[in-house]
Ligand binder design. Structure first.
Ligand code: AMP
Length: 285
């Protein structure tokens, strides 16, 4: 595996691959890799000849300074894992490479409320920073495929909108959420959970399953309220439990009027913020 830190190195690598008619898949990450990330490497190999994974903890998508400071970093171990999985390139740029002086990425997108609801409401500015860095990385790498995880449902839905509205020539592929045996979605943040909170955290997925299994009989409003109460009883501090239309991200009232429905949760487990979601109806394509 090649480890590149410079944009110029990626440019010449990708140029050579394209000349040789080899397709390129790109997986953006913030590192502290776990099996969820690694499943995306496997997935990328089904689509493309070459896999590029980036590790870049993007400061502009952190609305909370402490979260940025505490974000786990383990480049050496990540690099070994990627090598074992035969990832072709690890791109680990500095802030200066991604955002050199004088470069400003301003995206003109019409996202209605899609970037201000759910995560957007609790993490102001997060999606602006996320979309700008994904755009910038796509512009550097120019991959044929962009591989992202279902785990960050609102994130990939906004990226899908960006690709559509800006007519970017990249195909978005979504990989399923990998979970621990007790249902907790794998996340780099899980390693910061205290042991009591680690025990409470599977309650998130249990409640998502409950919503999925009961949406035919209970109203979305009732199911959300019940989930919030259950999460509180389990010692977690829920920020939202929203049952939304998978395309518009608007809260639904009548499931029969929607072909694609996703239930989304954010909670605090002690001082660690966790998100998860489940597709209740339809699929992500
Ligand atoms: P992150 O490093 O948290 O920015 O995540 C990088 C990519 O990995 C994103 O597309 C995430 O949606 C995806 N991802 C994170 N956790 C999981 C998981 N448990 N299963 C599958 N994909 C995941």
């Amino acid at each position: 595996m090649e480890l590149y830190t410079k944009v110029s190195q990626i440019h010449s690598f990708v140029e050579n691959e394209k000349k040789a008619n080899r397709s390129v898949a790109f997986i953006p990450t913030m590192g502290a890799l776990h099996n969820g990330h690694l499943s995306l490497i496997h997935l990328s190999k089904k689509y493309a000849n070459v896999t590029i994974c980036s590790i870049y903890v993007n400061p502009s998508q952190f609305n909370n300074k402490e979260d940025l400071l505490k974000y786990p970093r383990s480049l050496d171990q990540d690099s070994r894992l990627l090598e074992m999985l035969k990832c072709d390139v690890l791109f680990a740029p500095s802030d200066k490479e991604v955002y050199p002086d004088g470069l400003s990425v301003e995206l003109d997108l019409d996202l209605a409320h899609m970037d201000t609801c759910m995560e957007g409401a609790f993490r102001p500015g997060h999606f602006k920073g996320m979309l700008e860095v994904v755009y910038r990385l796509l512009d550097i790498i120019k991959p044929d495929f962009l591989i992202m995880g279902q785990k960050d449902f609102q994130q990939f839905t906004l990226v899908k909108q960006m690709i559509l509205q800006m007519n970017l020539s990249v195909r978005l592929i979504i990989g399923p959420t990998l979970r621990e045996a007790d249902g907790l979605a794998m996340s780099s943040r899980n390693q910061r959970l205290s042991s009591p909170m680690r025990k409470n955290a599977p309650e998130i997925y249990k409640n998502l399953i409950h919503i999925k299994e009961n949406l035919h009989s209970d109203t979305p409003g009732t199911l959300s309220m019940m989930a919030i109460e259950n999460l509180k009883k389990a010692g977690l501090r829920p920020e939202y439990v929203d049952i939304v239309d998978g395309n518009s991200l608007s809260k639904i009232t009548n499931p029969q009027n929607h072909s694609y429905i996703v239930a989304c949760v954010a909670v605090w487990a002690g001082d660690v913020r966790l998100i998860d979601n489940i597709v209740v109806k339809g699929n992500t394509d």
